[in-house]
Design a protein around this ligand. Structure first.
Ligand SMILES: Nc1ncnc2c1ncn2[C@@H]1O[C@H](COP(=O)(O)OP(=O)(O)OP(=O)(O)O)[C@@H](O)[C@H]1O
Length: 228
């Protein structure tokens, strides 16, 4: 589903007279349907940077990010902005630690929105959004409220509901369970298992060892590089 070839990323540090920080170098990785690869390695090893490069938030300094999209391969490092958006809408999902949404929009609509964008009608989308929120133990009294004042864990569960509501062939997860209790982590593990059973490939960061053991089919170890 995803193939990284000879991928490198360095950052130019403008405040330090253009010094370069090498974060990823010559990285190769293949991700297959149905597997869950967990990025491991110390803080600063470049795990989040790698997910952002794959999601095309950052442009790689060198190398390719091949994504299986419909029946063809697209190199996101060379794709047009329009192609990147199309890949994100239908193929590549990304769930980060933080919920970033438009203020004043009710929770139910935030979760239903990706379904509406994928062509599901409004009534069905709201029903499925409610089911997802229920599974993630977000109380119904909160569904009509915007999530800005919710607790960290509640916001994270809204974020996961929104991120997983449309089944996508590839899922990138940057610590989506960081503030969840054990019960809700178990729900997320179950949702990921269901996504994998349906053929999704998952690439994620989970600092919690218990969660990592539960979801990973394989670890991908990463190490911090020396500064250039
Ligand atoms: N936009 C940026 N500009 C400059 N340096 C950056 C940028 N993004 C990340 N870095 C640097 O890249 C290195 C790797 O950061 P990254 O967040 O990818 O690590 P990580 O392995 O995800 O760490 P953690 O486990 O603590 O989240 C760090 O030294 C960080 O300071």
């Amino acid at each position: 589903m995803l193939e990284l070839r000879d991928l490198s990323k360095s950052f130019e540090l403008h405040h330090q007279h253009g010094a370069r920080l090498n974060v990823l170098r010559g990285l190769d990785l293949r991700l297959h349907a149905g597997e869950c690869v967990v990025l491991s390695g110390a803080s600063g090893a470049g795990k989040s940077t790698l997910l952002r490069v794959i999601y095309a938030n950052y442009h790689p300094t060198f190398g390719a990010v091949h994504v299986r999209h419909d029946d063809r391969w697209i190199d996101l490092a060379r794709a047009t902005p329009h192609e990147v958006l199309d890949v994100r809408r239908r193929t590549l999902g990304y769930v980060s630690q933080f919920l970033r949404v438009i203020p004043r929009v009710p929770t139910l609509d935030i979760v239903a929105e990706p379904l509406l964008q994928s062509g599901v009608d409004a009534a069905a989308a709201r029903v499925r959004a409610g089911d997802m929120l229920q599974r993630l133990n977000v109380p119904e009294r909160l569904w009509q409220l915007p999530p800005g004042t919710f607790s960290g864990g509640e916001q994270q569960r809204v974020n996961i509901a929104r991120g997983l509501i449309v089944p996508r062939p590839i899922l990138l997860l940057d610590e989506p369970t960081a503030s969840l209790d054990a019960g809700n982590r178990a729900v997320v593990a179950q949702l990921l298992q269901e996504a994998r059973d349906a053929g999704s490939a998952v690439l994620g960061i989970f600092h919690d060892e218990d969660m990592r053991d539960r979801v990973a089919t394989r670890l991908f170890p990463m190490q911090a590089l020396e500064a250039a």
